[in-house]
Write a protein that binds this ligand. Structure first.
Ligand SMILES: NC(=O)c1ccc[n+]([C@@H]2O[C@H](COP(=O)([O-])OP(=O)(O)OC[C@H]3O[C@@H](n4cnc5c(N)ncnc54)[C@H](OP(=O)(O)O)[C@@H]3O)[C@@H](O)[C@H]2O)c1
Length: 434
């Protein structure tokens, strides 16, 4: 007599694009391992998108629907995957699925950063899990690392390179000497940047991921609007050049650090030493660093985006949720920092840091004296002044690095310097990693 096949756990996917399709392909390819872990197979019973191209590969036997409502409440869907993106319909999709009693897995950092409180509160109310490993750093399992692996420690700081597109552009600028625009065009041609790259290059994607990481690392509420965010558009080839003269390069760093005055949090480009681990994160890779009281520094590194890497994270969540569902053990999870928690106290008093100032000026005598005076007026000590010889006199760029000082003090000095008639554009201020 044949052994009875265990009944499948049925999955509906709303948003059948890059990540949704990769999720389906991984479930098909890894079914044996899934059965080993869950005890039952996963079966995709419904996929939803608005347009179905003729050459789209569909999971065998799955219904195709264009209205998400036909998936989220369907009796043949036990678990829902939301991989459509956006913050409007996706919010309704997840809320409707939770209300219908279905656990949800999402890759949508944008939505969780904006509306995480509401959705996690609903998950708690419904007693259901909401998996979101795929929302930060794609395939790098950093959500579990922070929320579970490092739960026994007290984290001081979580930081890293959270946007592969921006990192690709900065890496190409470093490798080829290209300017920002040329490197962006290359990223777009390679499929690493959208036609409208704002979300990636202006730092908003990294900011949303930092919201999620900071919340689960420090157990309090922080919103995208709380995070000062500066992208990489203002970085020029000359900055990469001067950075190299300082044995450094430039990376877009998302960082949340807990100090006596509260949490200092920002997304901004940093000068990082060439020999540092941050500098060695190249191309579209991501890296997340956790600094714990007992653990010290830990680094998680890998492919932060792409269908396959992100699909693996979605399937990992599905395996966990399906196991819990099979065991009758469904419960809300990983909620520290979301929902009812109090807001994180944000520092109004940032720690001193070293700074890189790039000035672009029209040549005339006495510029350095003016700038030095403005810095000295704020008690700022100059560490070095670098200027390449033979630059065009009408528009020359030089760099001043300054000894550690709190950012508001530098900004006061820049307020004066930027008003000087010889300044052709505002000073570019980059933080330097000590
Ligand atoms: N791609 C990555 O590397 C990556 C990495 C990490 C996280 N994520 C996240 O994963 C999510 C999906 O990203 P993706 O790259 O897979 O996007 P995508 O390729 O654009 O896929 C989105 C899918 O959703 C469908 N869709 C959009 N609006 C819909 C609606 N109202 N009703 C039904 N279907 C709808 C789209 O098809 P139609 O237009 O035909 O409806 C498309 O198939 C996003 O939240 C993203 O931030 C992506």
């Amino acid at each position: 007599m044949m052994a009875k096949q265990p009944s499948p756990i049925r999955v509906g996917i709303v948003g059948f694009g890059t990540v949704g399709q990769a999720t389906a392909a991984i479930i098909a390819a890894h079914q044996a391992e899934i059965v080993q872990r869950v005890g039952r197979p996963l079966e995709i019973t419904a996929v939803c998108r608005r347009h179905f191209p003729a050459d789209l590969v569909l999971p065998p036997g799955a219904r195709v629907v264009t209205d998400w409502r036909a998936v989220v409440t369907a009796p043949d869907v036990d678990l829902l995957v939301e991989t459509m993106g956006g913050t409007t319909t996706a919010r309704d999709v997840i809320a409707a699925a939770l209300r219908a009693g279905k656990p949800v897995v999402t890759a949508n950092k944008n939505l969780l950063a904006e509306h995480g409180d509401e959705l996690f509160a609903l998950a708690v109310q419904q007693g259901l899990p909401l998996g979101f490993e795929a929302a930060v750093a794609g395939g790098v399992p950093v959500i579990r690392a922070v929320a579970e692996g490092a739960a026994g420690d007290r984290l001081h700081r979580v930081f890293g390179i959270l946007n592969g597109t921006a990192n690709f552009i900065l890496t190409r600028m470093q490798q080829t000497g290209a300017d920002f625009t040329a490197a962006l065009i290359e990223a777009q041609a390679a499929g690493y940047a959208e036609a409208d790259p704002a979300f990636d290059v202006d730092g908003f994607d990294a900011r949303d991921k930092l919201v999620i990481l900071a919340r689960i690392a420090f157990g309090g509420r922080v919103t995208p609007a709380d995070i000062p965010t500066l992208g990489i558009r203002a970085i020029r080839a000359v900055d990469i050049h001067y950075a190299r003269r300082l044995d450094s390069t430039i990376r877009l760093i998302a960082s949340a650090a807990r100090g006596p005055a509260g949490v200092e949090i920002a997304v901004r480009p940093w000068l990082v030493p060439l020999h540092s681990m941050l500098a060695r994160v190249e191309g579209v890779n991501n890296a997340v660093f956790l600094d714990g009281q007992k653990l010290g520094l830990q680094m998680f590194y890998g492919r932060g985006a792409g269908g396959d890497a992100t699909g693996v994270a979605v399937v990992s969540d599905l395996i966990e949720l399906a196991s819990d569902l099979g065991a009758g053990n469904l419960a809300p999870k990983l909620l520290a920092g979301f929902g009812a928690g109090s807001p994180l106290v944000l520092s109004q008093n940032p720690e001193p840091a070293s700074w890189y100032l790039r000035l672009t000026v029209g040549d005339r005598p006495g510029i350095l004296a003016h700038v030095a005076e403005a810095l000295a007026h704020e008690g700022i000590n100059i560490d070095s002044v670098i200027q390449e010889p033979h630059m065009e006199k009408q528009c020359l760029s030089f760099v001043i690095t300054v000894e550690p000082v709190a950012e508001p003090v530098v900004l006061r000095a820049l307020g004066v310097i930027n008003q000087c008639p010889f300044m052709l554009e505002p000073v570019l201020l980059l933080r330097m990693d000590g």
